[in-house]
Design a protein around this ligand. Structure first.
Ligand code: UD1
Length: 408
């Protein structure tokens, strides 16, 4: 099985382009199902295993998929479309559940395998189903499949806020059903992330009528049909943030291009506290300077505009080298600490209690064999390896190919 061998101690330099956003693009492929006139072309796409899985699912459903270039995909859903997303594909990636709303809106019926849990904890879909039911769908779970039916979805008012805050996935799914519902839908407690705003912008470009993107209330006037467009997806704030941490952990200075700095306020603010400074050079160019000293941080993950859970592991890796005590609290996925025992194998001192971890920063990590458990934990181990003495062997790096295009 593939592994990375990281020889620590090198300084990083030069210029690297940030990829298109994985999380912004994943629901957008599902939006292709809604376009009955003309094809949808998405650009600035990352070439990732998750993206190929999503396109495999679309092809299975009957959507014609082609790649005009390495970072663009054209999807034509004008022909007939199947209503079932099978277990064999959905089990590979939970974002496949994004096809539920679009299939239901277009066909009046959808069967989508229930996504399982994953390494970062149980990840329910109750809010997705609640929203579709509010639009008048009959939803049941049969033989491991979500079955949703509605001859005509009807606009409704609903609250999609869950116990841990708004859900990005549920907001996307319900939004992509409501765009074709009859009448007005109001989603309260909607996700606020820039990735959700990007989805609203795409759907509006396809002919939808959505107002309130970036606020917690989305108002959707249903329309009869949507059409294809040519759309460039935002860049990946988590990939950019991971590279910024790489600058800090290796005491390096380099330039990112295609960087979505304006959509990274919570990430950049914590990096600044930690001693990594980002300077906007205009036109997507950002100078990242980690050559000063590192400082400890206190960080609590929360829905946007709070600190993203997808950056917690990487920041923890860096804090192991910041003299002093750092504290990490996870409110989105309370068990998302699989990287802790692996960082400890590299010599870090970290104590976890409940949904918090306390890091006692020290001056040196030493290379070891470590095991990647999920996407962002894997990135954290590669980052730690960059700073550790001698060689770090990061096993199971296939997780990285789900979210980073050629990280090495
Ligand atoms: C998205 C991101 C993922 C990120 C996560 C949290 C994508 C493809 N993935 O995942 O990288 O880690 O946001 O920022 O964009 N919840 C419920 N019921 C539901 C749905 C969610 O209780 O029906 C809970 C979840 O367990 C979690 C919280 O709500 O605690 C937020 O989850 P959600 O925003 O839905 O995450 P995803 O969209 O799956």
């Amino acid at each position: 099985m593939d592994k990375f061998v990281v020889r620590g101690g090198a300084r990083l330099a030069g210029e690297v382009a940030v990829s298109g956003s994985k999380n912004a693009s994943l629901p957008m492929y599902a939006a292709a199902i809604l376009a009955t006139e003309g094809a949808l072309t998405l650009r600035n796409l990352p070439r990732l295993v998750d993206v190929f899985t999503m396109l495999e699912l679309l092809a299975h459903l009957g959507v014609e998929v082609s790649w005009p270039d390495d970072h663009a995909a054209t999807m034509n859903a004008a022909g007939s479309i199947k209503d079932t997303a099978p277990y064999e594909i959905v089990r590979k990636m939970r974002a496949s559940v994004n096809v539920l709303g679009p299939l239901l809106a277009r066909l009046g019926r959808a069967r989508v395998s229930l996504p399982g849990g994953c390494a970062i904890g149980t990840r329910p879909v109750d809010l997705h189903l609640k929203g579709l039911e509010a639009l008048g769908a009959e939803v049941s779970v049969e033989h491991g499949y979500i079955v949703a039916e509605a001859k005509q979805l009807i606009g409704a008012r609903m609250n999609l806020r869950g116990p841990n805050g708004p859900s990005r996935g549920a907001t996307a799914n319900v939004l992509m059903a409501a765009v074709l519902a009859k009448g007005t839908t109001v989603i309260e407690g909607a996700a606020l992330e820039p990735e959700t705003v990007d989805l609203c912008n795409l759907l509006n470009a396809m002919g939808a009528r959505i107002e309130g993107g970036g606020t917690s209330t989305l108002t959707i006037e249903g329309v009869a049909s949507l059409h294809g467009v040519d759309y460039s997806v935002m860049s990946d704030s988590i990939e950019a943030g991971t590279l910024m941490v790489a600058a800090g952990i290796t005491h390096s200075r380099f330039t990112l291009t295609n960087c979505p700095l304006g959509m990274m306020k919570p990430i950049v603010a914590k990096l600044d506290e930690a001693g990594v400074y980002c300077t906007d050079k205009g036109d997507g160019r950002v100078l990242v300077d980690g050559t000063g000293g590192l400082y400890p941080v206190e960080l609590t993950t929360a829905p946007w505009p709070g600190y993203p859970t997808d950056m917690q592991a990487q920041m923890m890796a860096m804090s192991t080298l910041a003299p002093g005590i750092s504290v990490f609290t996870e409110t989105i996925y309370p068990d998302r600490f699989m990287h802790v025992p692996e960082l400890v194998r590299l010599g870090a001192t970290i104590h976890r209690t409940g949904n918090s971890a306390v890091v006692h920063g020290m001056s040196q990590l030493s290379g070891a064999h470590v095991m990647a458990t999920d996407l962002r934990a894997s990135a954290a181990l590669v980052l730690a390896g960059l700073a550790a003495a001698d060689e770090t062997h990061v096993h199971r790096v296939y997780h990285l190919d789900r979210g980073y295009e050629g990280l090495e």
